[in-house]
Design a protein around this ligand. Structure first.
Ligand code: NAD
Length: 260
C-alpha cells in the first residue's frame, strides 16, 4: 500500500473526481478527512469509503468557496489529525457561459470557488505539513490550462490562475519538502461532464448521447477516461513514486490536448 500511515485531506469529495481520489487513497492505506457542501452527501461518501476500505474517514459539510467554511474545515482537520501529509484541492466547476453573458458576480463566485479555495486551504494546511517535515499538494485544474475550452471562460481563466499559483508555490515550498503539482482532467466521466453534455445538446439541438459521441471522437484514445484512471494519477503525485516531481501540470486526457 502506497499511502500507509499517511493523512490526506480531499475537498469536494462527495462524488466525481474528489470521491474517486479519496477512495483510492483509502485503499492505499491513508486515513482521510473529506468535505463537500451537503452534510448528507458527504456523510454518505464517508460511509461508503469506510465500508469499501475499512479506512478511518472523517468528514464535514463545508462550502469551500466561503472563507468561514474553509476556516471551520481547517479547524476541524487540526483538531482531528493535527498533522497532514497530503492535500487535494478540488472544487466544483464554475458555470458555463460566454463572456458577454457573465457579470461581476459570476466572476467573483468563480474566483472564490476555484482560486481562493486553493489559497485558503493551502495556507491552512502547509503549517500542518511542516509538522510532518514535508507533504504533497495536488491541485485539480483542467486541460484548459493548455487549450482553453470554448464556452467555459470562467473555468479557463481560474485554472490558469491556479496553474500560476501551483508553480510558484512549488518553488516556495520545495525547501520544506512540500511538493506541489497540478492534475488536469481532460474528459473524465462524472456528473459534471454529463451536465456539460446536456448543455451542449440543448444548444445544438442534438441529444446528450450524440454530444458525448462527438466529444469522444476528438480524443485520440476514442473514449472518456474513468474516475479510477484519474485517481491513479492523483495517487502517483501523492505517493513516494513522485518524490522528485514538483511544479508540474499532469494532464490526464487520453491524448485530447494538442500540446506538449
Ligand atoms: P462533479 O460535479 O462530479 O463533482 C463535484 C464535487 O464538488 C461534488 O462532490 C460537489 O458536491 C463538490 N462541490 C461543488 N461545489 C463545492 C463547494 N463550493 N464546496 C465544496 N464542495 C463542492 O465534478 P467533477 O467532474 O468531479 O470535477 C471536479 C473538478 O474538476 C471541477 O472543478 C471540474 O470543473 C474539474 N474538471 C473536471 C473535468 C472532468 O473531466 N470531469 C474536466 C475538467 C475539469
Amino acid at each position: 500500500m502506497k499511502l500507509q500511515g499517511k493523512t490526506a485531506v480531499v475537498t469536494a469529495a462527495s462524488r466525481g473526481l474528489g470521491k474517486g481520489i479519496a477512495l483510492r487513497f483509502a485503499r492505499e492505506g491513508a486515513r482521510l478527512f473529506i468535505a463537500s457542501r451537503s452534510e448528507e452527501a458527504i456523510r454518505r461518501a464517508a460511509e461508503d469509503i469506510r465500508e469499501q476500505t475499512g479506512a478511518e474517514v472523517a468528514c464535514l459539510a463545508a462550502d469551500i468557496s466561503r472563507r468561514e467554511d474553509a476556516d471551520r474545515l481547517l479547524a476541524a482537520i487540526r483538531q482531528k489529525y493535527g498533522a497532514v501529509d497530503i492535500l487535494v484541492n478540488n472544487a466544483g466547476g464554475p458555470p458555463a457561459g460566454l463572456f458577454l453573458e457573465l457579470d461581476d458576480e459570476a466572476w467573483r463566485q468563480a474566483f472564490e470557488l476555484n482560486l481562493m479555495s486553493v489559497v485558503r486551504m493551502t495556507r491552512g494546511i502547509v503549517p500542518l505539513m511542516k509538522e510532518r517535515g514535508g507533504g504533497r499538494i495536488v491541485n485539480i485544474i483542467s486541460y484548459s490550462i493548455k487549450q482553453p475550452i470554448p464556452g467555459l471562460i470562467l473555468s479557463n481563466a481560474m485554472r490558469a490562475a491556479v496553474a500560476g499559483l501551483t508553480k510558484t508555490l512549488s518553488m516556495e515550498l520545495a525547501p520544506y519538502g512540500i511538493l506541489v503539482n497540478g492534475l488536469a482532467p481532460g474528459r473524465i466521466l462524472t456528473d459534471r461532464i454529463r451536465e456539460l453534455d446536456r448543455i451542449t445538446a440543448a444548444k445544438r439541438g442534438i441529444t446528450p448521447e450524440e454530444a458525448a459521441v462527438e466529444a469522444e471522437s476528438g480524443i485520440p484514445m476514442g473514449r472518456s477516461g474513468t474516475v479510477e484512471e484519474f485517481a491513479g494519477a492523483a495517487l502517483f503525485l501523492a505517493s513516494g513514486d513522485a518524490s522528485y516531481v514538483t511544479g508540474q501540470m499532469l494532464i490526464v486526457d487520453g491524448g485530447l490536448t494538442k500540446t506538449y
